[in-house]
Ligand binder design. Structure first.
Ligand SMILES: NC(=O)c1ccc[n+]([C@@H]2O[C@H](COP(=O)([O-])OP(=O)(O)OC[C@H]3O[C@@H](n4cnc5c(N)ncnc54)[C@H](O)[C@@H]3O)[C@@H](O)[C@H]2O)c1
Ligand SMILES: [Zn+2]
Ligand SMILES: [Zn+2]
Length: 335
């Protein structure tokens, strides 16, 4: 079978590998769609920490079952929970396989879906349930935002400030809206803010580069400030800055991830009785919630897929998806 290997940063090479074989617990899937995400782009750039090469990228998948023997029939369309958890650590035993202490993410720690076929544990499959292949490949990235929103416990009519309007932030905004929150988008990129307002009907957008964020937030929330702040930038400065945007009693959820330290004023944090949380990956419940939202047309995949290529063209096109100026939200690979 044909496989696209990221041999080292900047180098994607098509090779042939033997087709995987099914076992009792694993099924073979024929890959039909692979969504490209920041993780893949950073791996290609060589800026993804803890990344080993060579690696087959791709963890946002739509696929067809080609071996039976599980609950799935040959030909069934599925998506995959790409977080292979150990099933024995405390997190796994506590219903938090998304933060398993021995987690192996497909396309990050083990070879992913940029291949004609892949083998995955059958327990990580999710049935398409009538969704299209494009929709299926978008479930995982949207589940990241859905998980963060669930962690935040967004209530109806709460102001939710989402910082960062990349693909992860956009999904976060949608699930905050679905939870009944009043969404405020903060970014430094006007093109992305225009996308929030135009495509996702986000009511309030703020550009941190040319607006006074604090006074805009006060104005929007009638002086209350947002009850929920969610970071989806992964930018250290933005993460530190956002502590001051919280209302008293607020929850601050970090979906975005950076390598450095977080700094904030203890008295400012303390007087708010604020809650700080990280949000890692997503659970099956979050995947199911995204499927439900798609089936009920609460999210439109057409908003996300800005670029589309055949598998054979990926190596040639990949570098173009790194620059946000090219308008990339989600590039979708077809097989
Ligand atoms: N929790 C998880 O499991 C999980 C999964 C996937 C991605 N992530 C993380 O989520 C983050 C976002 O991912 P993405 O793919 O959407 O990234 P992205 O780079 O496409 O988007 C980030 C956005 O943040 C904006 N931004 C940067 N600095 C800013 C600042 N100072 N103020 C306001 N906005 C700023 C950028 O303009 C951009 O639009 C990354 O840190 C990524 O590692 C987390
Ligand atoms: Zn992803
Ligand atoms: Zn575990």
């Amino acid at each position: 079978m044909r496989v696209l290997v990221c041999e080292e940063p900047g180098k994607l090479v098509y090779t042939d590998r033997p087709k995987p074989e099914a076992t009792d617990s694993n099924v073979i899937l024929r890959i039909r769609r692979v969504g490209i995400c920041g993780t893949d782009l950073h791996a290609y750039e060589g800026t993804q920490p803890y990344f080993n090469y060579p690696r087959v990228l791709g963890h946002e998948l739509a696929a067809e079952v080609v071996t039976s023997g599980s609950d799935f029939k040959v030909g069934d369309l599925v998506t995959v929970i790409p977080y292979i958890n150990c099933q024995t650590c405390l997190a796994c035993r506590s219903g938090k396989p998304n933060c398993c202490s021995n987690i192996k993410v497909l396309g990050v720690h083990t070879d992913g879906g940029m291949a004609e076929y892949i083998e995955v544990p059958s327990r990580l499959l999710i049935s398409a349930d009538g969704l299209s292949m494009d929709e299926l490949a978008l479930v995982e990235p949207l589940a990241i935002g859905a998980h963060g929103v669930r962690r935040a416990g967004v209530q109806k009519n709460e102001f939710v400030l989402v910082v960062g309007a990349g693909p992860i932030g956009l999904g976060t905004m949608e699930f905050a809206r679905i939870a009944g929150g009043k969404v405020i988008a903060l970014d430094i990129n006007d093109q992305r803010l225009a996308f929030c307002a135009g495509k996702l009907n986000v009511d309030y957008t703020i550009n941190a580069l040319n607006e006074d964020v604090l006074s805009r937030l006060q104005e929007i929330t009638n002086g209350d400030m947002p009850a929920v702040v969610i970071d989806a930038t992964g930018n250290q400065k933005a993460i530190n800055n956002s502590f001051q945007y919280m209302s008293h009693g607020a929850r601050y959820v970090l979906i975005g991830l950076q390598k450095g330290e977080i700094n904030f004023s203890h008295p400012e944090f303390h007087k708010r009785e604020a809650t700080l949380m990280s949000s890692r990956n997503a659970t099956r419940g979050d995947f199911d919630h995204v499927l439900w939202a798609m089936k009920n047309k609460l999210v439109d995949p057409a908003n996300y897929i800005t670029h589309r290529v055949e598998f054979d063209e990926v190596a040639k096109e990949f570098h173009k998806w790194i620059d946000p100026a090219n308008g990339v939200i989600k590039a979708m690979v077809e097989l």
